[in-house]
Design a binder for this molecule. Structure first.
Ligand SMILES: [Zn+2]
Ligand SMILES: [Zn+2]
Length: 241
């Protein structure tokens, strides 16, 4: 059934303006959807995209050198896309230009790529979207991670917890910082009280870059007695130093 609004404002592709062959809630055409980099060859632990040139040791085990040397605090990471254009632009439209329709689109993209094991494995107790500091939340008006994961949590019948975990330090933007500085910057940024005695938690963050934020949050969750922490994110950046 055609909605009345569609008659006046026909849906179109958010990237190229095409009005035909639309997918993903009528916001992306088939050709543009094909331009999005799927994170096909990723580290089995931290989901960092593995390069196909050189680095043969990594490719053989499908575990990156970083995880071989120092495994992360979290137990696994699932990240269906590589943080690259045109996805990067769409995420920025959502976060920095408050184009909330991109949340619906990006969430639908992610849902279409959910791996089967997410349904088959032991279900986590809860999903915690990466919390924003109150000041940032007020500035932005929404938490993009919450908007992105909400439809998926509903589809998987998993609860979201927006209360137990707080970002207590208003840290500087991680953008432009190297791995070591990011780690320093995010230290002790979270406070989590395990009131409901969760054993298995999923953290959702829109983009995982070096993994310093999700690692710090995982550390705080484990300190409070959580036994298993899985990280889900929309996009995983290629390795930066
Ligand atoms: Zn298009
Ligand atoms: Zn890894």
């Amino acid at each position: 059934m055609m909605k009345i609004l569609d008659f006046f404002y026909p849906p179109y592709c958010q990237l190229c303006g095409n009005t035909r062959n639309l997918q993903f809630k009528g916001q992306l055409c088939v050709a543009c959807a094909a331009d999005i980099h799927i994170n096909e060859h990723a580290c089995r632990i931290c989901a960092v995209p593995l390069t196909t040139v050189g680095l043969k040791a990594e490719n053989l085990a499908d575990i990156c050198m970083q995880c071989i040397k120092t495994p992360p605090v979290y137990d696994s990471c699932w990240s269906p896309f590589v943080y690259a254009q045109p996805l990067e632009w769409m995420i920025q439209q959502l976060k920095f230009n408050a184009k909330l329709n991109y949340a619906t689109l990006l969430s639908a993209l992610m849902q279409a790529n959910l791996p089967r094991y997410i349904y088959e494995e032991a279900k986590p107790d809860v999903i915690i979207p990466m919390p924003l500091h109150n000041r940032r939340l007020k500035q932005r008006g929404f938490n993009q991670s919450q908007l992105l994961i909400q439809p998926i949590a509903e589809a998987l019948q998993l609860p979201l917890d927006l209360k137990s975990c707080l970002r207590i330090r208003d840290t500087e933007h991680q953008t432009g910082k190297n791995a070591r500085h990011r780690k320093q910057n995010i230290k002790n940024a979270f406070k989590f009280i395990n009131r409901k005695n969760y054993q298995h938690v999923v953290i959702f963050d829109d983009v995982v870059t070096t993994g310093s934020s999700v690692s710090e949050l995982s550390r705080e969750l484990k300190r409070a007695g959580v036994l298993r922490v899985d990280v889900w994110s929309l996009a995983r950046a290629e390795k930066i130093n």
